[in-house]
Design a protein. Structure first.
Lengths: 249, 460
């Protein structure tokens, strides 16, 4: 795991502080000026990234937690979903939320049933010039629950593609205990294709998802093996996990 | 082959002079830009898509026409996109994808050519001039993005999943998309400076013929001093201001850009009066200039790729082929004979300075830089042997002159406030007249006489 990009320590500190205060609260990170809210406030700003505003909503009871499994607040909050230092322009917005009952970011696909045995969950969205990027990570009480969640995400992507007539192609990513790269292409009106690229990875009791959405032209829709940018974000999420939660690696 | 687009001190000897094929520019050359005044807008701010109205906006369509006309081997889809999620100016008809392949050397060269053109400074030293005039907000190409709202950063890595190696993405500001930037609003003004310029030529010491482009583009003539103030319509439809000269065989030659963009000529002679307009077939992009000496007529033009081209006419030989004198000029050029052996061509270069190239004993020199800050094309004439005077409109709207007698003297201001480039007419050893248009549409005249100097401006 050496040579991986530097991850957002400042973000982790800020988000961890919020999470500790709010226990299983929701953290929203958006570009803008820091503002305080009655229920909790982050401190500091992100170095090299847009300023951070963190608002914490009342805690949400984890719907999928196994009885008796202790939650570990702060683990998801400490994850830096997006790399620091890359955002310098007003054309990129980022949001992130820690919510154990959060939904996997599968775009227009119908939300699935709550995962069984989920302990923690963080997800976020980056909207940039001509693309949208969703990243998410979920912790599970046991490996069996993680396998079910992993398979469930894959199944929903496939069902969603089938229901819309989109072209779908998958290949092993070679990441984690199990990993798949999937491209789903929906033809547009002008010769272009609206493409979603999914990198789903399970490593032990943790499942990660990186989703890139952009427009490609016919003949240039990347095969899963060519989706190197999305795969790179999946790889970075695993590296981030190892920094925050080494026991999971 | 693309010519180097710099006028400054380019060593173009006669051996390097190229023949121009009328109507055909170098393949893949960047588009020709209109003649703009110095006024320019700020860089576009970031104003991302937040509505769904995917029909292409007129500024985007106009841009596609410029690009595809210049690079006909390429294409770019003009089908509106469905608003399918994410943020994209395509969903507001403010973006266009130009399909060029970064892995194809020819396409990569075309992309570089166009992007260099869009991002270069203009003749007034305005940074990234055409990006600003077109209202371009950002450009994505080959894993990099250029943002108008962060221009000092230059090209930066692009982190989106589509590397944009098979197309260049252009996103426009709303002003650019709706054609409310100076590409549209000031191109006309720049063209007016060119169109408003009069032409003047002495038939003899008692008659000065003055020509202008009148309302609707019609050619108009006024004969001075007797007919001052009255203008005769001579027909035609001119896109540029005219150029005029009386030749030694008592023919009056008129040249101008026609509405089809080509150089047209019309000749008057006592025997046949006015002959019909004739096109040379050469696409030009500004008013032409003409000079005569010893029965020879010399015409210089700004070509459709912005270089200077020259050809001459002799009674027994007719018209020569066009010679491309190179350079990148940004206003109508000027031409005059200063002696039997020396023809001078002057033009405003890409940085707004005055440049000169001369044919001496039938051999062209290299381009030289005479400095200055011009807001019009120059005009030039010779009033004394071995002497040539050039006049230009400066950044303050006044006229300035510079004279060469052996070597070039410094710039001298002639004052006034002028809304056209200047024109000149001279009678050897007697007088040199400078004519411009004032804001009321009238014609201003300033006369130099050897021994007594300039008279000052008077409104005719």
């Amino acid at each position: 795991m050496s040579g991986l990009p530097h991850v957002g320590r400042t973000v982790r500190v800020a988000l961890a502080a919020v999470a500790v205060a709010a226990v299983l609260g929701t953290v929203v990170v958006v570009a803008g000026t820091p503002t305080a809210t009655p229920s909790g406030t982050s401190t500091g700003t992100l170095t090299g990234t847009p300023a951070v505003t963190s608002t914490v909503t009342p805690a949400v009871t984890p719907t999928g937690s196994s009885p008796g499994t202790p939650t570990q607040p702060g683990r998801a909050s400490a994850i830096s979903l997006f790399p620091e230092g890359e955002v310098v322009a007003p054309d990129v917005s980022r949001t992130a939320a820690v919510d154990v009952s959060g939904a996997w970011p599968l775009g227009a696909c119908a939300p699935g049933a709550p995962d069984r045995g989920r302990e923690d969950f963080v997800s976020g969205t980056e909207r940039g010039l001509e693309y949208t990027r969703d990243l998410a990570m979920g912790w599970y009480a046991d490996e069996a629950s993680a396998v079910i969640a992993y398979d469930g995400v894959l199944a929903r992507i496939e069902a969603c593609a089938a229901s819309t007539g989109a072209t779908i192609e998958s290949a092993a990513s070679g990441l984690g205990t199990a990993g798949v790269l999937t491209t789903v292409a929906q033809p547009g009106a002008g010769g272009e294709s609206d493409v979603s690229i999914y990198a789903i990875t399970r490593i032990g009791r943790v499942v990660t998802l990186a989703v890139d959405q952009a427009t490609f032209y016919d003949g240039t829709v990347p095969a899963p093996a060519e989706a190197t940018i999305t795969r790179g974000h999946a790889e970075r999420l695993l590296a981030e996990l190892c920094l925050v939660d080494p026991a999971r690696c | 082959m693309r010519r180097t687009p710099h006028l400054v001190a380019t060593a173009i000897g006669l051996a390097l002079v190229l023949t121009v094929v009328p109507g055909a520019g170098p393949a893949g050359a960047a588009p020709t830009e209109p003649l703009f005044p110095e006024q320019i807008e700020a860089y576009a701010e970031y104003d991302g898509q937040d509505t769904c109205q995917p029909a292409f906006k007129p500024g985007v369509v106009a841009f596609t026409q410029i690009v595809l006309a210049e690079y006909p081997e390429t294409y770019g889809p003009l089908s509106p996109r469905a608003c399918s999620g994410g943020t994209s100016e395509h969903y507001e008809g403010r973006a266009w994808d130009w399909m060029v392949d970064s892995y194809d050397p020819a396409d990569a060269a075309r992309a570089k050519d166009l992007l260099d053109w869009l991002l270069r400074d203009d003749s007034y030293a305005n940074d990234h001039a055409l990006v600003r005039r077109l209202g371009l907000m950002y450009i994505i190409w080959n894993r990099q993005v250029w943002r108008a709202y962060d221009p000092d950063a230059g090209w930066r890595p692009y982190s989106g999943p589509n590397p944009h190696t098979d197309h260049v993405h252009f996103s426009f500001s709303w002003d650019g998309a709706l054609q409310e930037t100076s590409w549209t609003t000031l191109a006309e003004l720049g063209q007016r400076l060119d169109q408003a310029r009069v032409a003047a030529t002495w038939r003899d010491r008692d008659r000065l013929d003055v020509f202008r482009r009148g309302r609707g583009g019609v050619l108009q003539q006024s004969i001075w001093p007797d007919g001052s103030g009255s203008w005769i319509n001579l027909g035609g439809q001119l896109r540029s201001g005219p150029a005029a000269v009386w030749s030694s065989n008592h023919r009056l030659w008129i040249f101008a850009q026609g509405t089809d963009g080509t150089l047209h000529q019309r000749v008057w002679s006592r025997r046949s009066s006015w002959r019909p307009w004739r096109s040379s077939g050469l696409q030009i992009s500004a008013a032409p200039a003409v000079a005569t000496r010893s029965g020879r007529i010399d015409v210089v033009v700004r070509t459709d790729v912005g270089s200077v081209a020259h050809r001459s006419w002799r009674h027994k030989g007719g018209w020569s082929k066009w010679d491309d004198l190179g350079g990148l000029v940004t206003a109508p050029p000027a031409v005059s004979w200063s002696s039997r052996h020396r023809l001078d061509v002057l033009a405003r270069g890409a940085t707004g300075q005055l440049h000169v190239i001369s044919e001496i004993d039938r051999t062209w020199t290299a381009w030289g830089n005479l400095g200055g800050a011009l807001t019009s094309g120059p005009a030039t004439a010779s009033v004394s042997p071995e002497q040539v005077t050039v006049v230009v409109r400066g950044t303050d709207g006044a006229v300035y002159q510079r004279t060469r007698t052996g070597s070039w003297a410094g710039w001298t201001g002639l004052g006034g406030s002028h809304v056209s480039g200047p024109a000149t007419a001279a009678i050897r050893n007697r007088r040199l007249d400078v004519l411009t248009r004032d804001v009321s549409g009238g014609t201003l005249q300033n006369t130099y006489r050897p021994g007594t100097g300039w008279t000052g401006w008077s409104l005719e």
